[in-house]
Design a protein. Structure first.
Length: 243
C-alpha cells in the first residue's frame, strides 16, 4: 500500500498565519480511489489542508504534491481543472442557470460536457432543473448542482469542504448516500472535510482525525471505533447516541 503513488501527499507541511501555527508538521498520503475524510473541530486545520491542495495558499514549510507534482510547480489553472471543489455554500454564480453553472468550467477550457447526464447523476431531472436560476433552487438542490459542476470536467480528484453541513438532516442523508453510490464507480479520489462523525463513517473509506493542526490518527473507517485516539474517542462519546 505504501508503494502506491499518492494522488495527494503532504510531506511535513506547516502553515503559519502571523504567530498562529494552523498546520503543524502535517504528513498524509491520499491514495487513488479512496474517500479520505478529515474529521475535526472548528479551527483544527481541515479547510487549510484543502486550500493548500488547491493552491489557494502556500505552505510555510514542507511540500504538498498533487498527482506526484509539487503544487508550487503546477500551473494553477491546470491544477484547478484537475480538481472538483465543493464548498458548504455551493458557490453557484447567481446570474447563470443551473445548466450554465455546470457547463462553465469545461466551456472555459474549450470543451463540451453533457449537462443533462450530470444533472441525472445528482438526482435532478434535466428538463425541470436545467434552466432554473440558483435563487429558484432549495439548499439541497443548489448543493446537487454544485456537485454536478465539480464533476463536469471529469477531474480525478474531488475536494469537499463540509458540503452538506447546512442542509436539513434528511436531505443531508440523501446526498451522503448519493455521494457513496456514484463516487467509487466513477473512480474518483475524494478528500471530504467534516466535523460530523456520523457523516465521516458514512462517506469515508479512511478517517483522519485532526486536532490543533496535527493529524492524530488516520485509520480505515471500519477500524475507527477500535483504534481512535484521544480526540477520536471524544467524537465517539459526542456522537455515541447516533451511531
Amino acid at each position: 500500500m505504501d508503494s502506491t503513488e499518492a494522488v495527494i501527499e503532504f510531506e511535513h507541511v506547516s502553515y503559519r498565519v502571523a504567530d498562529k501555527l494552523v498546520l503543524d508538521d502535517f504528513s498524509l498520503r491520499v491514495l487513488p480511489g479512496e474517500s479520505l475524510v478529515l474529521l475535526g473541530r472548528s479551527g483544527s486545520g481541515k479547510t487549510t489542508a484543502l486550500r493548500l491542495v488547491n493552491g489557494l495558499i502556500s505552505p510555510t514549510s514542507g511540500v504538498v504534491r498533487v498527482l506526484g507534482r509539487p503544487v508550487a510547480e503546477w500551473n494553477l489553472i491546470e491544477l484547478r481543472r484537475s480538481i472538483g471543489y465543493v464548498i458548504q455554500s455551493g458557490g453557484l454564480f447567481p446570474h447563470l442557470s443551473a445548466g450554465d453553472n455546470i457547463a462553465l468550467g469545461p466551456k472555459l477550457a474549450g470543451r463540451a460536457c453533457d449537462v443533462d447526464r450530470l444533472l441525472d447523476r445528482v438526482g435532478l431531472p434535466p428538463a425541470e432543473f436545467r434552466q432554473r436560476q440558483p435563487h429558484q433552487l432549495s439548499g439541497g438542490e443548489r448543493q446537487r448542482v454544485s456537485v454536478a459542476r465539480a464533476l463536469a470536467s471529469d477531474p480525478p480528484l474531488l475536494l469537499l469542504d463540509e458540503p452538506f453541513s447546512a442542509l436539513d438532516p434528511i436531505t443531508r442523508f440523501e446526498l451522503q448516500q448519493e455521494f457513496v453510490r456514484w463516487r467509487s464507480p466513477m473512480g474518483k479520489t475524494a478528500v471530504f472535510v467534516t466535523h460530523d462523525l456520523t457523516e465521516a463513517l458514512r462517506v469515508g473509506t479512511r478517517i483522519g482525525v485532526m486536532v490543533g493542526g496535527a493529524l492524530e490518527s488516520c485509520v480505515p473507517t471500519a477500524d475507527f471505533q477500535r483504534f481512535a485516539g484521544v480526540e477520536g474517542r471524544r467524537f465517539l462519546e459526542a456522537f455515541g447516541a447516533t451511531l
